[in-house]
Each structure stands twice: as structure tokens, then as C-alpha cells.
Design a protein around this ligand. Structure first.
Ligand SMILES: *Cc1c(COP(=O)(O)O)cnc(C)c1O
Length: 456
């Protein structure tokens, strides 16, 4: 007889993966390489090392090593908050009256309130190992800045965080949390960098964007001795570190003989989704299984569903290497009333390639629907989700509702990437009927596409 599946499944500490899984090793058609914008040749490790810690530069370019050992000090810190629970959404299933079985992997059980700590720990560790004197980064909503602040504080590394100015003003407590961990938090655009000054000259009131904060953080890193830059999403190395999410999910499901028919994740830069699907995508690439994989993005920042698969800069200031990805153009900034997160203009090159080759689907959802799903989920599953995570909830509900109509008993797995306690302004807008939906017109998008570099 099959075991009754509990609400929450925790693997044991020993079952935390000892290796990260590098999905690129199993892709016959590899993601397109990063290009040096000066000569349009693939970037080399030597070119990346002034920006990233050496080991992370290697991981960024490594298309072939299938499993990469998680260093012992990283594992030790993982043990403080991992394995994260895999939760069976019995209450949600019952509420929807669906025959579908719904599971979610909850990554909000740590102070950063999101999955971002999984990569922050790894990146801080390698920087410390190399003897660096400090790191710089950017943060939008604040989760990445918080996660990296925690990790840097643990390993004793100074950190400067460029925080998108609108978030800095709207979420002062996020800034305070980072300061508790000892980080220096600067509102971006700022006059501490040339790229910041340039943006402020053009528009002194500029509220900033992720792309702009990235330019500032990189500039600061390369102009400060023995300092490097780190990024919390999009990059291959970040997807690698996030593979712990998928590896744990798969191991927990295996205990009950379960395998997902549908896997759903929200997609900003693609790191949680890339991590969640990694071992399942492996099965798909090798022909062992064929789950549907769905990326969910905001209708106001629709990189997959309306973007172009093209080489583009990763930042507004156009100082990063070029990445081939689904992009809205590095100049794209989502509408000011967009509160649901996932605002980045591009998408992970790994996921972009898989989507382009037909291994994944993508949907976009308007934010009022997303917040409706968030409120329902809070009441029923008693976790107040991050708006980002609520994109995945909303799509999972849609799929479960389809199962109710067709009577199919599908198994759905989605990623619940974090909690939303710092997003209460957005929740409040929704609850008081002030939230609106803005979907960019083709005309709006054209401006972003016109900013794409000419590569071909
Ligand atoms: C940053 C973040 C995301 C989106 O980033 P990805 O790299 O696409 O995973 C999703 N959820 C939460 C809670 C986040 O903090």
C-alpha cells in the first residue's frame, strides 16, 4: 500500500544534495556563449575574472561538468535552513475541487525570505576563499540584497548594495535588514559612479531600474581594488547553485513514487525556475520523461512571451557582456504601477535556449489576477507569498482548474519562492482596489527592441 502523503515533507539533513547539477552538460544544443561587446567574440575566463571571483567565472563558462561539488562551508550554512519543505497543497486542492495533486517547494524559510540565499552563500564563499576584500551588487525588491548581506556577514566580507531608488524609498525596512547584516546600501542611480551620474544628468528624478543598478555595481567593483561583482539571477552560475531546489524536490517526490506532469515557476531572470526544473529537464532532454514545464511572467514585463531572442546587454549602462536571451531590450523599464516584481528586461540564456528549442512553455499574467491568487493562497495555505511567487500560484490554479474540467488527475509541482512581508504596499493597493494593470503596447515594446545592439 502506498504511504499517505503528509502535508509537509522534510528530507533529512544528510539528504541535502552534495553536488549542484549543471543542466548545460546534458543540453546537446548549448546556450549561446556570452560575447565581448568590443569584438563580438565569446568572452574568456580572463575577461570575466576582473568582474567575478575566479571560481565563479569558471562555473559561468563550464558547459560540460555535470555535477559540481558543493564546498563543505556552503553545505554547513545550507543546513541552517535546508532542506526546504515540499508541501502538498491539500487545502488548495479541496478548495478548487480539483482531482489534480498539487505540490509546492517552499523557499521562504530563511531571513532573506526567498530562494536567493542558495546562490548568495555560494558566491560569498568563493569570494572569501579567493581572499577578496569586498563585493558589490544590485538589488531591486531587496531579496537578493538581503540574501547576499546575510551570506557576506557570515563569511566576513564587506558588501556594497546598489538598491533601485524606488524600492529604497518604498521599502525602507528592507534597507534596514541589509544594514543589520553590515552592508552599505546606496540608492541607485547615485553620484558614486560615472554611470549613475550620467543617468542623473539626463533625469534627476529617475527612480532607477535593475539594469541601471547593475551598471553602477559593476563599475564600483572594477574600480575598487580587490573587489568583485555578484549577480543574483540570470547567470549560468546562479542557475547551477539553485539546482538544489529541484534536486531536493525530486528526492522528496520519489519517496511517494510521485513524478510531476506539470512543473511551474515564476520567471524574473530565471534562476528559481532553472533550479527547480533542472533534474526534470534532464529527464526531458534524455527522453526519460516528458513533463510540461511552464514559465510564468508578468504581463507588464513579458520577456518570454513577447520578447525577442537576441543578443543584448544585461544592464542599462551597456557595460556587461552580451547575452543571447529573450529580451525586451536593456532600455525597457516596466510601467510605474507594476508592483509584482519580476521586472528584469532579459531572461537566463539557458532557459532562453530551452524555450526557443521548444522544451518549455511560457504564460504571462496580469498583476491583479496574480494578487487575487496570492490572497486566496494566504487564506488557504497560511503562507503569505511574495508577489513573484504568486505568479506561479496563479498558473498552478489555472492548470488545476483545467484538471477539474477534464477530470484528469495530474500531478502539479510549483515553486513557492518566498514570502511577501515587504510587499505590503502592493498588497494594500490590491486590497483597496487601487491596483491597475498596464500591458505594454507593441509600440512601447518597439522602443526597447530598437535599443538592441546590432550583432548579426
Ligand atoms: C528574485 C525573486 C524571484 C525572481 O527571480 P528568478 O531569478 O527569476 O528566480 C522570484 N521570487 C522571489 C521571492 C524572488 O525574490
Amino acid at each position: 500500500m502506498k504511504r499517505k502523503i503528509p502535508y509537509r515533507t522534510y528530507l533529512s539533513e544528510e539528504q541535502i544534495p552534495k553536488y549542484w547539477y549543471n543542466l548545460r552538460a546534458d543540453m546537446k544544443d548549448k546556450p549561446e556563449p556570452l560575447l565581448n561587446p568590443a569584438n563580438l567574440r565569446p568572452v574568456t575566463k580572463e575577461e570575466l575574472c576582473p568582474v567575478f571571483a575566479d571560481e565563479l567565472a569558471s562555473q559561468e563558462l563550464d558547459d560540460t561538468t555535470r555535477f559540481i561539488k558543493i564546498p563543505e562551508p556552503v553545505l554547513e550554512l545550507y543546513k541552517v535552513y535546508r532542506p526546504s519543505p515540499l508541501i502538498r497543497a491539500y487545502n488548495l486542492e479541496k478548495h478548487l475541487g480539483t482531482p489534480a495533486k498539487i505540490y509546492y517547494k517552499f523557499e521562504g524559510n530563511n531571513t532573506s525570505g526567498s530562494h536567493k540565499l542558495n546562490s548568495a552563500i555560494a558566491q560569498a564563499y568563493y569570494a572569501k576563499e579567493q581572499g577578496l576584500d569586498g563585493l558589490t551588487t544590485e538589488t531591486g525588491a531587496g531579496q537578493w540584497g538581503t540574501a547576499l548581506s546575510e551570506a557576506c556577514s557570515y563569511f566576513g566580507l564587506p558588501l556594497t548594495v546598489y538598491m533601485v531608488k524606488v524600492s529604497y524609498q518604498q521599502k525602507p525596512f528592507r534597507k534596514s535588514v541589509m544594514e543589520v547584516f553590515g552592508s552599505d546600501v546606496i540608492a541607485s542611480p547615485s553620484n558614486t559612479t560615472e554611470s549613475g551620474k550620467k543617468i542623473l544628468e539626463d533625469d534627476p528624478e529617475c527612480g532607477g531600474s535593475l539594469g541601471c543598478a547593475i551598471s553602477e555595481a559593476i563599475e564600483k567593483a572594477v574600480t575598487t581594488p580587490n573587489t568583485r561583482y555578484v549577480l543574483g539571477s540570470v547567470l549560468n552560475q546562479v542557475l547551477l547553485h539553485q539546482s538544489v531546489i529541484g534536486l531536493e524536490s525530486k528526492a522528496a517526490l520519489e519517496i511517494y513514487g510521485e513524478y510531476p506532469d506539470i512543473i511551474i515557476g515564476c520567471a524574473g531572470g530565471g534562476s528559481n525556475l532553472g533550479g527547480l526544473i533542472a533534474p526534470f529537464m534532464k529527464d526531458k532532454l534524455t527522453g526519460e520523461a516528458n513533463p510540461r514545464i511552464i514559465a510564468v511572467e508578468p504581463a507588464s514585463c513579458p520577456s518570454f512571451t513577447r520578447g525577442k531572442y537576441a543578443y543584448d546587454f544585461c544592464d542599462t549602462g551597456k557595460i556587461t557582456p552580451l547575452a543571447k536571451m529573450y529580451t525586451l531590450g536593456s532600455g525597457f523599464i516596466p510601467s510605474a504601477n507594476h508592483a509584482g516584481g519580476l521586472r528584469y528586461h532579459g531572461m537566463s540564456p539557458i532557459l532562453s535556449k530551452l524555450y526557443h528549442d521548444g522544451y518549455m512553455e511560457a504564460v504571462s499574467i496580469e498583476q491583479s489576477k496574480v494578487f487575487g491568487a496570492a490572497v486566496l493562497f494566504s487564506k488557504i495555505e497560511t503562507i503569505l507569498p511574495a508577489p513573484e511567487s504568486a505568479h506561479a500560484i496563479s498558473a498552478a490554479i489555472d492548470e488545476a482548474n483545467k484538471c477539474r474540467e477534464t477530470g484528469e488527475e495530474k500531478t502539479i509541482l510549483f515553486g513557492l519562492t518566498g514570502t511577501g512581508y515587504f510587499d505590503m504596499t502592493a498588497y494594500n493597493d490590491y486590497m483597496t482596489g487601487k491596483m491597475t494593470d498596464t500591458i505594454p503596447t507593441d509600440e512601447d515594446l518597439k522602443k526597447g527592441f530598437d535599443s538592441l545592439p546590432k550583432v548579426e
